[in-house]
Write a protein of this length. Structure first.
Ligand SMILES: Cc1cc2nc3c(=O)[nH]c(=O)nc-3n(C[C@H](O)[C@H](O)[C@H](O)COP(=O)(O)O)c2cc1C
Length: 325
């Protein structure tokens, strides 16, 4: 049984990665319903949280149905992170995740995210400060190192465990790789050798077969999936089917449209119609993937601003396709 401290989560965990502007409560709920064992909020700035910035406070909201859920926070200052962790804990998640992996310039420039890989002492102080400030388990998501010449994860990982982290997620790339190049999963068994807390593999799990291979080849305790869940919202369910039955089914057009509409409606409930419709556009490709005529409908939907018309167009497409078969 893989557990984050006392939080028992099952075996060979399937985790929905934190993704800014993607893993809002509507997407998280759908991923939980469709096989994810735990989900993470998009990252939330610790500085913004302590300023009580409305946009960031809103990101703390979780739904009881999505549990287990982690709130992910980021920042460069251990004391600010400590206070932000307490604010996050009060919002009632199951655990707190610290982002030590974000590669973008304006995060790294403030010594946050993957910037911490260059300053392991501060990273350690930050994790200790957060662990000491909250009762919930604290986990860390990080990368292999700053660049190919300074890979330091085998020193960082035991340090994080010592500082009190209860699980580690490793995006198997360096900061300088961003999202480019192949994720190097060969580090996972080496990391598992130097810590006794669960280690979750992240990076390039794009298909159910990739997930199987990740567990088989690395012995990881879980896989965390980001882009693969946008391009295929059924991926977690398919991984479980593959594991249990040796094969998995491709969702029917009806299943795709039904889930897409539900997700879209919830997105609008959370954000209001205009922002909800707009924010949802990144998801059409995943729901309409490999569906004949899906690309055309998606292009049309990019121009539509009313929720009612989006739903109508999706339903029309479903009916037309069904009679065509
Ligand atoms: C749109 C997008 C937003 C992301 N936002 C976050 C974030 O808020 N926190 C974080 O730790 N990682 C974030 N990431 C990184 C992912 O969690 C993950 O580490 C990375 O995409 C590699 O996994 P993948 O190959 O499954 O996509 C983001 C990635 C994408 C594509």
């Amino acid at each position: 049984m893989v557990a984050i401290e006392n939080l028992e989560l099952g075996e060979k965990l399937l985790l929905l990665a934190p993704m800014e502007d993607v893993t809002d409560v509507s997407f998280r709920l759908i991923m939980r319903e469709h096989g994810a064992d735990a989900v993470y909020t998009e990252f939330i700035s610790s500085e913004a949280l302590i300023r009580q910035a409305a946009k960031s406070i809103k990101k703390l909201v979780t739904d009881p149905k999505e549990r287990p859920v982690a709130i992910q926070i980021y920042g460069g200052d251990p004391e600010v992170m400590r206070d932000a962790a307490q604010i996050s804990e009060a919002a009632g998640p199951d655990f707190i995740d610290i982002n030590c992996g974000c590669w973008v310039k304006n995060v790294v420039g403030h010594g946050a995210g993957a910037g911490l890989l260059k300053d392991p002492d501060r990273m350690e102080r930050m994790v200790r400060a957060v662990v000491d400030a909250v009762r919930l388990p604290v986990t860390v998501k990080t990368r292999l190192g700053w660049d190919q010449n300074t890979i330091n994860i085998l020193e960082i990982a035991p340090m994080l465990e010592q500082a009190g982290a209860k699980a580690l997620t490793i995006h198997c790339r360096t900061r300088s790789q961003g999202h480019n190049g192949e994720a190097d999963w060969t580090w996972i068994p080496k990391i598992k050798n130097v810590v006794s807390i669960p280690v979750f593999l992240n990076g390039d799990v794009k298909t159910p077969e990739d997930a199987e291979r990740a567990f088989r080849e690395t012995g990881c305790d879980g896989v965390m999936i980001a882009r693969g869940a946008i391009t295929n919202p059924f991926i977690f369910q398919q991984i479980k089917e593959l594991r249990e039955k040796g094969s998995y089914h491709q969702p029917t057009l009806e299943e795709r449209i039904e889930l897409c509409v539900r997700h879209l409606v919830h997105s609008c409930e959370i954000r209001g119609e205009q922002r909800g419709v707009f924010a949802f556009r990144k998801h059409y490709a995943g729901y309409l993937r490999e569906v004949h005529g899906g690309g055309r409908v998606r292009s049309e939907l990019m121009q539509v601003t009313s929720l009612e018309r989006c739903i109508e167009r999706l339903q029309e497409f479903k009916v037309k396709k069904e009679t065509a078969f």
